[in-house]
Design a protein around this ligand. Sequence first.
Ligand SMILES: Cc1cc2nc3c(=O)[nH]c(=O)nc-3n(C[C@H](O)[C@H](O)[C@H](O)COP(=O)(O)OP(=O)(O)OC[C@H]3O[C@@H](n4cnc5c(N)ncnc54)[C@H](O)[C@@H]3O)c2cc1C
Length: 234
Amino acid sequence: MAEPTQPAVVLSVLDLTPHVRQVVLRPQTQKISFQPGQWVSLKLPVGEKQPLNRAYSMADPSSPYGELTLVFDRVPEGIGSNYLYRLKSGDEISVSGPYGNFVLPMPLDRELLFIARYTGLVPIRCLLKQLVAAHALTSMLLIAVAPSEDELLFHQELLTMAVQSPSFRYLPLVVAGGETEAVAQTLVMLRPLVEGQPKVIPMISGTKRFVRPLRAALMEFGYDRKDVKTETFD
Ligand SMILES: Cc1cc2nc3c(=O)[nH]c(=O)nc-3n(C[C@H](O)[C@H](O)[C@H](O)COP(=O)(O)OP(=O)(O)OC[C@H]3O[C@@H](n4cnc5c(N)ncnc54)[C@H](O)[C@@H]3O)c2cc1C
């Protein structure tokens, strides 16, 4: 956590769904070079013990100008995300990073299986954009779970990606309710894809109540714990 903290200016604010917003920042002191799948720490002037540190994954790969694209949902009663919802273009915010190990494992000698719930998709979208831009030959399958049809994040983009990239398959899944229901429905989809099938490289992202049971299920299907890459948001 020794990366320097620096000011960043908000370049743009855009609603992606009724409850998910994108904010693009530009660090002011130095460019933050990162690998897709990594995150930055925002130091927010809010809450009882300031600054409030909150992590956000980059949604877009590194750009020549150093902008950081962050995408987050508004957590009911969430101090950090509600503060971020108040940001406007031109506002300043403190940021440090990059951090994190949710990056592509090497070698990519098996199919990549990405599983995300809701904004858990953010780091995976960044990884997918990197792979597609690099014309990666690795097969990629994404199971993306959303709480409602209109909260399916990056849906049009992912559909287009699936049409244009023969190595990418996209399985969107709408599950009303919380993580327990999402895990149950995801398992129905997941089981035939992994049980008795050649091993894949699983990467799962979301809250702990979503990620952990799915990792446990994969271990029951014969995966080692270390073979299942995870990013947990809480
Ligand atoms: C490595 C890492 C990367 C992250 N990347 C992102 C990202 O790209 N986009 C993003 O929206 N969030 C991301 N988060 C979560 C983010 O840091 C905050 O925890 C989230 O915005 C909630 O903060 P809050 O202060 O509003 O809520 P808090 O007051 O801290 O309340 C959190 C509570 O809300 C629940 N919750 C509901 N939705 C979320 C959610 N999306 N994340 C965390 N908790 C949630 C948790 O279970 C927890 O009980 C990431 C977290 C980590 C650790």
